[in-house]
Each structure stands twice: as structure tokens, then as C-alpha cells.
Design a protein. Sequence first.
Length: 92
Amino acid sequence: MAASEYEQCTPASPASPAGFDGSLTLAGVPDAPACENCARTETDQADLVPVHRIYLQIDEWGDQEPKATVVDDVERWCPSCRSIYPHELVGP
Ligand SMILES: [Zn+2]
């Protein structure tokens, strides 16, 4: 009866170290810094810069200045969000 040991194919999980019961909520890096706008994780925390988001309200005819509303909350944005979306850097 050599077939029985063949059927015992426990899926090996390389992500979980031996002896660990898997109670971690996140596999991988526990505290990876992430952009608060697009949720993309950054390897370098220095790339995430605290900013105030700016909402632009453009009137439907487009012939008035857009109304800019600066949000009080501080979010940390990655470089690409900072190049795309209006924002204001958090001053010292
Ligand atoms: Zn981003």
C-alpha cells in the first residue's frame, strides 16, 4: 500500500515560516508605507509626502476660475499622485 503516502500532498506555503500559525493579518511586509490616495505601496517611505488634498470645482461652462477647496486632513501621497492631482504641501 504505497499509494497512501502519495496522496498526502499538503500544499507547501513558502510564505509562512515553519511553526507559525498564520495569525498575521497580512502576508508579506507588515508595515509597508502606502499612498493614501491610490493605496499603492512604496518601498521608500520618503517618497510619501504629507499633503493637503485640493478639490477643484469647475463650473459647467468652464469660463470661471475653478473653485479650489483645500482639505484640512493630511494625507501622504506618492510621487505619481503628486504629479497628477492638485494638492498643497504641508508646511513645517
Ligand atoms: Zn498615490
